[in-house]
Design a protein around this ligand. Structure first.
Ligand SMILES: Nc1ncnc2c1ncn2[C@@H]1O[C@H](COP(=O)(O)OP(=O)(O)O)[C@@H](O)[C@H]1O
Ligand SMILES: [Mg+2]
Length: 372
């Protein structure tokens, strides 16, 4: 599989070790996937993203699958497909959604995954399952730690290192046990050895974008750390990364959280849907980790190894859990105007929930008011 744009060219190889993760994959025929998904019927649709639609299906041997089908064939979409298959072929981790197979036809590109019965974290926090409140505090912490471990694997354990670039609630899927699996590698960037950061076009989702990345296209591991910090705040508070206030004003989750953290009102930060059922020390720890992750200076953020350890309750001398303030990011009006709210987004329910869909833009002039 050849991939341009600074991404390494390599051949997909069949996985040789199996371990706990079943990662055998194969090539599917279009006919087979067509039959499995009832002709890509709307009733089978699980979600929609920038790349295309995702359908539920069942293969003739009874395996439940999710099939991502490319919306339109153009070079950008083809690139995303190539990047995703390339990355998927390399990763093997309990918290990363692996590859079950793919299909390449003249004018079709499809990716096959295992079906995740609890869909995305987004659907539980802000979507169709939010009212059921199946995410108790323990599950939320487990989701935070598992996702962090998945990202850590991408950053440190696979060569070349991988930066995900689109960590967000709709890209964290949940299996039947509510174990998290980070998915959607369409924006991922492979980082050659010895390189700490690269400059690229900005891809990702407003609200989760690290400032240095949004402004200068500077992509490094710390961009994922920033996005993870936002995700962590979302898990604790049950709030969206960007909320639409009455009157049309938009507020970021960090702007909302900052005064509460400054006043030490941790209990007021926690999602009221938990009805007070949470571990106060863990809340403190999670908020502190989030505050470390969303610092505007990338060098000050912890790496994912430190994040995992801090979330598991270990402390570091130099990263002592003493953060009492949080950087609050205010987006520039100009940047907010760039965001196109889409109504047809089922799972993301972008319009009604105020969660921004993925954007691809040239570097932004100065997305954050306070930076100039
Ligand atoms: N394996 C899966 N099992 C269940 N739902 C899935 C699966 N893969 C994707 N989805 C649903 O489809 C949505 C879009 O999938 P994603 O891989 O993020 O595609 P995109 O690149 O279009 O954003 C997800 O947010 C989720 O709701
Ligand atoms: Mg997605």
């Amino acid at each position: 599989m050849k991939v341009k744009d600074g991404i390494l060219t390599s051949k997909l190889c069949r996985p040789t070790s199996f371990g706990v993760v079943n990662n055998t994959w194969r090539i599917f025929t279009y006919k087979e996937l067509h039959a499995a998904t009832n002709g890509f019927s709307d009733d089978n649709k699980l979600g929609e993203g920038g790349f295309g639609s995702v359908y539920w299906g069942r293969t003739s041997d009874g395996l439940q699958i999710a099939v991502k089908k490319l919306k339109a064939m153009n070079s950008k979409a083809e690139m995303e497909f190539a990047v995703e298959v390339e990355v998927l072929g390399r990763v093997r981790h309990k918290n990363l959604l692996g590859l079950r197979g793919y299909c390449v036809g003249d004018d079709q590109r499809l990716i096959v995954y295992d079906y995740m019965p609890n869909l995305s974290l987004l659907s539980h926090l802000h979507g169709q399952f939010a009212v059921d409140v199946q995410l108790n505090w323990q599950r939320r912490m487990n989701i935070a730690i598992g996702s962090a471990e998945g990202i850590l694997y991408l950053h440190r354990e696979v060569t070349p290192h991988i930066i995900h670039r689109d960590i967000k609630a709709s890209n964290v899927l949940l299996n039947s046990e509510f174990e998290p699996l980070v998915a959607d590698f369409g924006f991922a960037k492979l980082i050659p050895e010895g390189v700490s950061h690269m400059t690229t076009r900005v891809k990702g989702t407003l609200g989760y974008l690290a400032p240095e990345y949004a402004m200068w296209g500077k992509v490094s591991e710390s961009c994922d750390v920033y996005s993870f910090g936002i995700l962590l705040l979302e898990l604790v508070t049950g709030r969206k990364p960007i909320e639409k206030l009455p009157g049309g004003l938009k507020r970021t989750i960090t702007e909302w959280a900052e005064p509460l953290i400054a006043k030490g009102k941790l209990r007021d930060l926690v999602d009221p849907k938990l009805r007070g059922n949470f571990d106060e020390n863990q809340v403190k720890q999670a908020i502190n980790v989030a505050a470390l992750c969303v610092q505007s200076e990338a060098e000050k953020r912890p790496n994912m190894k430190e994040v995992v350890n801090l979330l598991k309750g270990f402390e570091y001398e130099e990263k002592k859990v003493t953060v009492t303030r949080i950087d609050s990011i205010k987006y520039d009006e100009e940047l907010l105007a760039l965001d196109q709210l889409s109504d047809k987004d089922h799972d993301d329910a972008t319009a009604s929930y105020g969660v921004f869909s993925a954007i691809e833009v040239q570097k932004m002039k100065d997305p954050y008011k306070r930076m100039g």
